[in-house]
Ligand binder design. Structure first.
Ligand code: XMP
Length: 335
């Protein structure tokens, strides 16, 4: 039986055991991090998502000030995300955190790119460059921390599995990265296990239960070329959707819910005059492991009210559609 498992599954079993226990995992991982890192330094790529947040606190617990976190605002973050990350991780946990405003740099690099895989690779590559530059500024930093989780590995085609998408966390490191190695303390965990670890580490409940946010951020939800105009529209629409979900207490019904900038424009009417605005799509999914996902049924009255609010209050949008496709055949993100 065990011989039939691929290598990634064997490694997961060795790390996590047959029955997952968050306390044991944390204890073992702290020991493993200390053994790997010693008195050297770690630079962690923080994306603002659950995985890298848990990774940051786990590393901080293991090695304290030997950890430096770098949060890169690549211009594809949600509304006020950068401020929130600073408040919690720097303010509350006292983690050594550097924020880099790299919006202009990322947008100029991604200019003209419309292919989803090329966009992902461009952003992943730029991430690495920014971290390398930060590392250089900070002097010698031996390790690069990453919040890779198990589904990232499976879906990137590691361990004999077929590649679905090029997740930026996996396989994207150039040979000349300049770091001695990688520290990936949540690499063998599924999302629900990452949350259990985060909760036990004392990360506030809303943060631990926060919906996952992909490394490339809104880039995988903004179809076609990435522009500031489209991303700003998407940010506003996404904010309205998330706020309304929270107000209606529907946010715990879906593991992920977000807006997508479809890059399609359609004709509408406002104050009796013709408009030509963007179509925003909304998606709310239910899933346990993010490998398969179903569509969450939300009250129709709520759905139409949110659609109307977005189409009337977000400048540049005049139509909203709802994504009712499960995974598979669709993936959760649009790109
Ligand atoms: P998909 O779209 O592949 O998403 O069905 C599965 C889960 O993974 C998240 N996701 C990513 N997370 N880097 C990440 O850290 C990525 O490049 C990435 N792409 C997708 C997605 O939000 C969902 O939770």
């Amino acid at each position: 039986m065990i011989n039939q498992m691929n290598q990634a599954e064997r490694e997961r079993l060795a790390k996590v055991g047959k029955v997952f226990n968050a306390r044991t995992y944390i204890m073992n991982e702290i020991k493993a991090i200390r053994a790997q890192v010693g008195d050297k330094k770690v630079l962690l790529a923080m994306s603002g998502g659950v995985d890298s947040s848990v990774c940051a606190v786990l590393l901080h617990k293991a090695i304290g000030k030997q950890l430096t976190c770098v949060f890169v605002d690549h211009g594809c973050m949600r509304l006020d995300e950068a401020k929130e990350v600073k408040r919690v991780f720097k303010g509350q946990f006292g983690i050594n955190l550097i924020q880099v405003d790299a919006e202009a740099r990322f947008l100029s690099k991604a200019k003209g790119i419309t292919d989803p895989e090329l966009k992902r690779k461009c952003i992943g590559g730029e991430f690495i460059s920014v971290f390398e530059e930060e590392a250089k500024k900070l002097g010698r930093i031996e390790f690069l921390g990453q919040g890779t989780i198990y589904p990232d590995i499976i879906e990137s085609g590691v361990g004999g599995n077929k590649a679905v998408k090029a997740h930026h966390n996996v396989g994207g490191l150039p040979k000349n990265i300049g770091f001695e190695g990688l520290v990936e303390p949540v690499k063998y965990l599924y999302k629900d296990e990452v949350r259990k670890v985060g909760k036990l580490l004392g990360i506030p409940e809303p943060m631990v239960m926060r919906q996952p946010f992909p490394g490339p951020g809104l880039a995988v939800r903004c179809l076609g070329e990435l522009t500031k105009e489209k991303l700003d529209i998407l940010r506003q629409a996404d904010f309205v959707f998330r706020s309304e979900m929270a107000k209606a207490k529907l946010d715990r019904k879906a593991q992920q819910f977000f807006a997508i900038m479809t890059n399609v424009k359609s004709v509408g009417v406002k104050n009796g005059a013709r408009t030509f605005g963007y179509v925003i799509a909304l998606r709310a999914i239910a899933t346990s492991q993010f490998v398969k996902a179903g569509v969450v049924e939300l009250p129709f009255k709520f759905v139409t009210a949110v659609a109307e609010k977005i189409a009337t209050t977000v400048k540049g949008v005049n139509r909203v559609v709802w994504d009712i496709t499960p995974k598979p055949p669709a993936t959760i993100e649009w790109e």
